[in-house]
Design a protein around this ligand. Structure first.
Ligand code: URA
Length: 435
């Protein structure tokens, strides 16, 4: 008979666990038969000893099977999603998902909230008055059928083992483990009923994994898990050393996405959204080459069809679709403050994490999972890395609802900008593609 203590001891001593042992442990913990103290011993042992690929796939499968695995086979078309490991101003989901859906692919997007200095898709959607992210799975299917796109949060039915394990890891210092992170992310995505997944693994100062080698290891592990489970997976390792686009802060980012869907978005954000979307079209064989897929996405963007899909989804999920014509209907902060350059030169660096922290100080981010956030506040960059700035010119506009918070945020933001004499060596937007 399997015993939790033997599984813990096996991992502690560096033995490879069998899929049966892993399934037994995950199932027992989800049902409450295995207590928190044994689960935290196993996660900490895993933190130190790691897991083989086979163990990581078995863990992902066990976590996925702890809840409902969506069967979307009744929908007549390919199904794909994208997952990002998160960053500052990382808002591509709201641009690429409507574009891909408008090309005929079903996109059942189950997203997360922001935590710490990073933002989350659900918070950006909730900036839209009335938008409901907590649809039940029946409502989600109905929206998906009509619009080819649905945007919700993790439901209690999807990978409940991950919900419980993540909360435990969060308070026992065992989040930063490659197999545990990979299995956590992939168990939720693999439960979505998709056949193809594009991973956007961020690297740089504002990313979850700051070092390129760590981002690459995470990307490789997640690709291996997805392929091990029979899915088509591509990972892009992309830059998060400065915020993506110009806006950071939930409502401000939603505005930038609507502008992008109108064809007026900042270049880096639009280029990355198009690239990720093109990989989704290629993986689902809607287009055979990446070039054709890029062309199709650009044409869909230019036609306005992506914005129309976004409008339809907003309406179907209870939100006010008029935000697509008038972004002034999104929450607006009471105060605006221009951060002025103290010297002339070239922007050499924008410390990405500090911009995220400035947003948190303004009330736009979460210290803990229960924090309430202010959807109106945030930062809009006026200059990006490599751009020239004159003395007294604006580097960023800060949107605030509270004077004290504004002062703290401005102080933090001031330290984020480095202005020098010469332009820095530009970092690529996309570092590597794992196909
Ligand atoms: N995001 C997740 O969903 N899980 C982790 O373990 C870390 C980041």
């Amino acid at each position: 008979m399997l015993r939790a203590v033997d599984v813990i001891q096996g991992k502690r001593d560096g033995r490879e666990l069998t899929p049966e042992e892993i399934a037994f442990f995950v199932d027992g913990y989800t049902k409450g038969a295995i207590p928190d103290y044994q689960a935290s011993a196993l996660t900490m042992a895993t933190f130190f000893k790691g897991m083989t690929r086979a163990e990581t796939v078995a863990l992902t499968e066990a976590m996925m099977n702890s809840g409902e695995v969506l069967d979307l086979s009744e929908l007549p078309g390919p199904k794909a999603d994208k997952h990002s490991t998160g960053g500052v101003g990382d808002k591509t989901s709201l641009v690429l998902a409507p574009l891909v859906a408008a090309c005929g692919v079903y996109v059942p997007m189950i997203s997360g909230r922001g935590l710490g200095h990073t933002g989350g898709t659900l918070d950006k959607l909730e900036a839209i008055p009335g938008f409901r992210v907590n649809l039940d799975l029946g409502e989600f299917r109905a929206v998906l059928r009509k619009a080819h796109l649905g945007l919700i949060g993790q439901t209690p039915e999807i990978a409940p083992a991950d919900r419980k394990l993540y909360a435990l890891r969060d308070v026992t210092a065992s989040v930063e483990s490659l197999p545990l992170i990979s299995a956590s992310i992939m168990s939720k995505k693999m439960a979505e009923g998709i056949e193809a997944l594009v991973l956007d693994v961020k690297t740089g100062d504002g990313a979850f994994m700051q070092k390129y080698e760590d981002s690459k290891a995470l990307a490789e592990t997640m690709v291996a898990i997805g392929r091990g489970m029979g899915k088509k997976v591509t990972a892009l390792i992309t830059d998060m050393d400065q915020p993506l686009g110009l806006a950071a802060g939930n409502g401000l980012e939603t505005i930038e996405c609507i502008e992008a869907l109108r064809g007026e978005g900042p270049k880096d954000m639009v280029d990355l959204s198009v690239e990720l979307a093109a990989h989704m079209l290629q993986l689902t064989a809607v287009e055979t080459t990446l070039d054709a897929a890029r062309g199709r996405i650009r044409a869909t963007l230019a036609s306005g069809a992506g914005l129309e899909t976004f409008r339809q989804v907003i309406e179907l999920q209870g939100g006010d679709p008029r935000v697509c014509d008038d972004t002034g209907r999104l929450p607006q902060a009471r105060e605006r403050f221009e951060l002025l350059a103290e010297s002339a030169g070239v922007v050499g660096r924008i410390a990405c994490r500090s911009v995220g922290h400035a947003c948190m100080l303004l009330g736009g981010g979460r210290e803990t999972v229960d924090s309430r956030i202010d959807p109106a506040v945030g930062v809009v960059l006026r200059k990006k890395v490599g751009e020239r700035v004159a003395k007294g010119e604006s580097l960023a506009t800060v949107h605030a609802n509270d004077r004290k918070r504004l002062d703290d945020a401005v102080q933090r933001l001031r330290t984020a900008f480095e202005i020098g004499e010469t332009a820095p060596v530009p970092r690529p937007l996309i570092h590597t593609v794992l196909e």
